[in-house]
Every structure is written in structure tokens, then in C-alpha cells.
Design a protein around this ligand. Structure first.
Ligand SMILES: [Zn+2]
Length: 188
């Protein structure tokens, strides 16, 4: 018996990679930043400035919450978002960055602005780790929406709800709020 549609909600785990993931852990005695594999996602990695930001299982859980919500609310029929997550690289940084130009959520252009996160190329995203030691209070969910839109449409829709690029809708903005609520329930 086959179950059509089962594929897209399959739990992110492949035992073939278990050994590799067990060997990949943060070592406080080694120089930073360190690159660590994110468990349950085939080739996903994170670059961390210390071993608390963030523990790999917390990042992994946050990504699972993201995907469950994306699949349920937006859909991922061709698995492009799932494949992106399996191959994502997340860089956590204790400092913010300043960029020459960006767009706010409404699509208005802002210049020389301090940013909490960037998703500007491929499956890579840079994220400010925040003051609260909680992934829910970072822009990870926001940046993963950009990466998912890029995986789906070929570009991440830099101007969000603005009209210059298409992809990002108010539904995506609302979804981030919902995802963050769930992360807070998990206390991550
Ligand atoms: Zn954005």
C-alpha cells in the first residue's frame, strides 16, 4: 500500500546520517566560529559564535516547526522548501550588521539600516543571535520565509509585502507570528 502525500510530511530523519551528526558538535575549547551540522536535516549546517547560540537541537526543532507550519499553511507539493531546509546554512552572529539598502515589511526602501538578518544568496542566511538567548526572538523564521520563497519562485522577494517583487504576502507575515508563538511554547 502506498500513501500519496505521505512524503511531504515525512519526519526529517535519515538514520544513514546519524553517525555524521553525532560527530558534529560544538566544542567550547576550539576556536570560534564553528560550523556544526544540524541534526535531522541531511546537509544543513549552522555557524556559531559560541556553544550557546544556538544548541543544534534547538535550531533543528525551530526548523521543524517552520516546515510543519509552512507545509500546512502554504504547501510544498514539489518539496522545494523541504529540500532547501535539508541544505540550509545558518550563520549566527552576536553583532548586528548595517546594510546600504533594504526594504521594510511594507516594501518601503530604507538606507544605511541596521539589520537582524539577511538572506541574500542561495540557501545561506545570516542571523543576529539577539539579546534573549531565544530563537523565537530572532529573525530566523523571517529569513527562512525568504529562503523558501527563493526555493519556490527563484527569488526571495526582498521587498516583502511591497509591489516591486512578488511572492511575500500578508499571509507570510502572519505565519511568522504564529511560528514564533509555537517556538515560545517550546521555550526555544
Ligand atoms: Zn526580510
Amino acid at each position: 500500500m502506498t500513501c500519496a502525500g505521505n512524503e511531504k510530511i515525512r519526519f526529517f530523519h535519515n538514520p544513514d546520517y546519524e553517525k555524521i551528526h553525532k560527530r558534529s558538535f560544538c566544542d567550547p575549547n576550539k576556536p570560534f566560529p564553528q560550523m556544526i551540522m544540524i541534526p535531522f536535516f541531511r546537509k544543513a549546517t549552522q555557524i556559531v559564535p559560541n556553544c550557546n547560540l544556538y544548541e543544534k537541537h534547538k535550531t533543528s526543532l525551530a526548523m521543524m516547526v517552520f516546515y510543519q507550519q509552512w507545509a500546512e499553511n502554504i504547501g510544498d507539493d514539489n518539496l522545494s522548501v523541504r529540500n532547501m531546509l535539508e541544505d540550509v546554512m545558518i550563520e549566527w552572529d552576536i553583532n548586528k550588521k548595517t546594510v546600504k539598502k533594504a526594504y521594510n515589511l511594507k516594501g518601503e526602501k530604507v538606507t544605511n539600516v541596521r539589520v537582524n538578518g539577511l538572506a541574500r544568496g542561495g540557501n545561506y542566511t545570516w542571523i543576529w543571535a539577539g539579546h534573549f538567548n531565544k530563537i523565537s526572538e530572532t529573525s530566523l523564521m523571517h529569513e527562512l520565509i525568504h529562503l523558501s520563497l527563493r526555493a519556490k519562485n527563484g527569488h526571495g522577494d526582498a521587498d516583502h509585502e511591497g509591489n516591486k517583487h512578488e511572492g511575500w504576502t500578508r499571509e507570510h507575515t502572519a505565519l511568522i507570528i504564529k511560528m514564533k508563538k509555537i517556538l515560545r511554547i517550546f521555550n526555544i
